[in-house]
Each structure stands twice: as structure tokens, then as C-alpha cells.
Design a protein around this ligand. Structure first.
Ligand code: NCD
Length: 311
């Protein structure tokens, strides 16, 4: 089934075959990357612009690598938060990008909906690399690919997403993707960090880590996103760790072969203990980063198929 849109703005709205197609293609790019080969003819002559209005390490560099491995000309534009004057500035940016004849535009922005707005104003295919608390679709794809490689499937798995769910676009995209693919998703965290509409998203809500982790196949930890919180929603980092930080004792409630994930950046000793983050068999955090490059190659490939022919 071909991708339903010119852009990738969200996971919400994608159907199981669209997601499966992206994951299958990403799997083949993961193998290509491990073989050390590239496919530089695929995006030859195409221009990819990375437009980041928010900090990023993994996402920006992996889009850059993905674009380069497929042969695109990649330009990185980092725009500091302070110089951004939403609305008009974003639209001014759009006309600049159109003038540069950009083919693929990767955008991260603090405002939910900014990539969707831009997609109406530019000729390029737009990829959302994280918008406010809304979505981060390529993160959900790389998480799903990592899970599938370890568990062989997504359907029927119990996935516990833990910590600051309310401010997490990673959680929202993962919830949409995993429930669409038939996983049983739980969200685990203090009431102040669980969105009011959580149950509407088709997840089970837990406020106790041991109960939430019981029998889980996958434990996904999230950072406290203080930059998006208004007011103090958690008492202290030390207390948060005691109740919600993942350590060996809490992990013992999940399945013996459960995997531990984290999108990064990690705050060791706050949401995750170092011994778990670096655990040689249970932690798949490094593999998530590797799959990030493969998934972004798959997304660029699929969207490039719908672009007008090379100029
Ligand atoms: C996340 C993000 O920016 O949404 N990071 C990432 O892309 N890997 C998660 C976070 O900021 O905590």
C-alpha cells in the first residue's frame, strides 16, 4: 500500500499496512547500513533541509545521515528559539525554503501543529521531527522497528510507557502506532503527568510502577520534560526516582525477557538507573539510535517516490 500523503506529519491517521510498509522498508535499510553499503543514487539531486527550532542530537544527525546515505544534498538550519516569532516568521521561512527549491523539509518546532501549517505553504514534502507535545512520528517508527526485531511482532505485546506522558510527543506517537498495530499499551506515571484524555487514546492507566510493569514485554522510559511543564508537577528528582525511576527491583516485575527503551536524552538517576540503561541484554537504547537512521531513510525514500521528477 502506498503512503497516503505527500508528507509525514503524524502517526495518527496511518493504517496498519502503511506502518508495516515503512517498517519493512526500514528493516531493509537497517541491513544495508550494517553491510556498510549506501544507495546514493536514490536521492541524487534532491535537497533536504533540516529546520530545527528546538535542540536535538539524535534526530537531527540521523536525518542528516539518512539523507546523505541516500545521496541527497543536506542543509542544516538551526534557528534559536528567541528569534522565532511564530505565525508570520514561519510563513516567511516557508517562502525562503520555496525559493531554495527544497524537496524534503524536516522540521522540529516547539509549537504543536507548526509542521502541518508549513506543509500548506511549501512545495516540499514535510516531515515532522517533533512538534510541541503533539507527535514525533519517526521516533515511534524507530521504536516499533526495535521492538519488532526483538519480539518478532507488535500484536499482543504489553508495552508500558512510563514517566512524563503528558508532555511527551514520543508517547503520543507511540500510543497511536502501537495501538494501531494491536499492542496493549499501558501508561504509567503520577496523576500530574498523565494526560486527562489518556483513556480515550485506548491505553490503560497505572499510577504504580510495579502494577504497571507486571508482565510487560517492553518498558519504555521517558524524560521529565521540564521545559514544557508549567509549574512544579513533580516534587523532586530524588522522590520521582524512588517511585517512578526504573531500577532492577521495579524491572523485576516485567517479563524476564522484557526489553528496556528510552528515546533519549536520558536523565540517569531520575527516570532510569544507570545499571539498567547500560544493561547488556535488557537495554536496547543503542539499537534505537541505529534504527533511527534506517527508519528515516525509509521515510525519505517513501516520500521521495511522490515528489515531482528531478528538476
Ligand atoms: C525526544 C523529543 O525531542 O521529543 N527526543 C528525541 O527525539 N529522541 C524526547 C525528549 O525530548 O525527551
Amino acid at each position: 500500500m502506498s503512503h497516503p500523503s505527500k508528507h509525514l506529519l503524524a502517526i495518527e491517521g496511518l493504517e496498519p499496512p502503511h506502518i508495516a510498509d515503512l517498517l519493512d522498508l526500514a528493516e531493509s535499510y537497517a541491513l544495508l547500513n550494517r553491510s556498510g553499503k549506501t544507495q546514493r543514487d536514490l536521492l541524487k539531486g534532491r535537497t533536504l533541509i533540516n529546520l530545527f527550532f528546538e535542540d536535538s542530537t539524535r534526530t537531527r544527525t540521523s536525518f542528516e545521515l539518512a539523507g546523505k546515505r541516500l545521496g541527497a544534498d543536506v542543509i542544516n538550519m538551526s534557528v534559536s528559539q528567541s528569534s522565532v516569532n511564530k505565525g508570520e516568521t514561519l510563513l516567511d521561512t516557508a517562502s525562503t525554503l520555496n525559493a531554495m527549491q527544497c524537496d524534503l523539509l524536516v522540521i522540529r518546532h516547539a509549537q504543536s501543529g507548526a509542521p502541518a501549517l508549513l506543509s500548506q505553504k511549501v512545495d516540499a514534502a514535510v516531515i515532522n521531527a517533533g512538534d510541541g507535545t503533539h507527535e514525533h512520528p519517526t521516533q515511534a517508527l524507530l521504536d516499533a522497528l526495535t521492538i519488532r526485531r526483538h519480539k518478532g511482532r507488535l500484536e499482543g505485546l504489553v508495552v508500558a510507557i512510563c514517566g512524563d506522558i503528558a508532555h511527551s510527543r514520543v508517547a503520543r506517537s507511540n500510543i497511536h502506532l502501537l495501538t494501531t498495530m494491536g499492542s496493549r499499551v499501558r501508561v504509567v506515571g503520577p496523576p500530574t503527568l498523565i494526560p486527562a484524555d489518556a483513556a480515550r487514546l485506548g491505553v490503560e492507566v497505572f499510577h504504580d510502577m510495579k502494577a504497571g510493569l507486571a508482565g510487560a514485554d517492553v518498558v519504555m522510559m521517558l524524560r521529565l520534560q521540564r521545559e514544557r511543564m508549567s509549574g512544579g508537577l513533580v516534587p523532586s528528582a530524588r522522590e520521582f526516582f524512588r517511585f517512578y525511576g526504573l531500577d532492577a527491583e521495579k524491572l523485576a516485575h516485567a517479563k524476564d525477557d522484557s526489553i528496556v527503551m528510552h528515546p533519549g536524552p536520558m536523565n540517569r538517576g531520575v527516570e532510569i538507573d544507570s545499571a539498567i540503561a547500560d544493561h547488556p541484554t535488557r537495554s536496547v537504547i543503542g539499537e534505537q539510535v541505529e534504527m533511527g537512521v534506517a527508519c528515516r531513510m525509509a521515510v525519505l525514500d517513501i516520500l521521495a517516490r511522490r515528489l515531482p521528477r528531478n528538476r
